[in-house]
Design a protein around this ligand. Structure first.
Ligand code: BEZ
Length: 211
């Protein structure tokens, strides 16, 4: 199954390090970052899961729950979290999905057979409160992800939903944003009391509206 942006993500039930979950029920009305890693007890994954534990509050501030998955069982996950705490200095504070039969991995297209027939690639799925897929990225097994970038994209998505703005190249929190092309100039005047610069009819810049 190929999941595309805007699709409602498939539901599943699975065992996790925090008990059995129905994924959609677990997500509730929050945003979700579901991310897969190739295997427990591997070096890059160990650093990534520690980093996500460190960033848990940053995700929570944005109304985002995080959940990880690999094709290992709950007991391996639990044993491995000890190593993560010991080596990364952060206790894993979010559930790890056990997917030894690769049911969820297959449902979400996390196995790329020409990379590995057995291991999951490093997938990231950002899912909104309506259970719609808003971002997906895929990294190879040998490259650790930058989870600050995932937070940056979530900030952008939430600004778009709340304020009809898009974010330009390399945007970071606090910088100017772009008025979405679907708004007329008249609507933009009403919507952005701080004003906007009209560089081109399609390129209008305004200060980040929620600051
Ligand atoms: C790692 O997490 O270090 C890793 C996992 C699978 C293949 C290569 C590296």
């Amino acid at each position: 199954m190929v999941l595309q942006l805007g699709d409602v993500v498939p539901n599943f039930t699975a065992d996790t390090t925090e008990g059995r979950i129905d994924f959609h029920d677990w997500a509730g009305d929050d945003w979700v970052v579901l991310f897969s890693h190739p295997k427990d007890f591997t070096p890059v994954c160990t650093t990534e899961l520690g980093e996500v534990a460190r960033l848990k509050d940053d995700f929570a501030q944005r109304g985002v729950k995080v959940i990880a998955l690999s094709v290992d069982g709950v007991e391996d996950h639990r044993r491995w979290t000890g190593d993560i705490a010991e080596t990364q200095g952060h206790v894993v504070n979010y559930p790890l999905i056990a997917d030894p039969d690769r049911i969820v991995a297959t449902l979400y297209g996390m196995i790329h057979p020409n990379a590995s027939t057995t291991l999951t690639v490093r997938s990231v799925f950002v899912i909104d409160p309506g259970k719609k897929l808003r971002l997906t990225i895929t990294y190879p097994a040998s490259t650790g992800r930058n989870f600050e970038e995932i937070l940056r994209v979530i900030d952008s998505l939430q600004l778009t939903d709340g304020f009809s703005v898009a974010t330009p190249v390399n945007w970071v929190w606090g910088q100017d944003v772009i008025v979405v092309p679907s708004l007329s100039d008249e609507e933009a005047v009403q919507k952005f009391p701080k004003g906007f610069k009209r560089l081109k009819p399609y390129l209008r810049i305004t200060p980040q509206p929620d600051l």
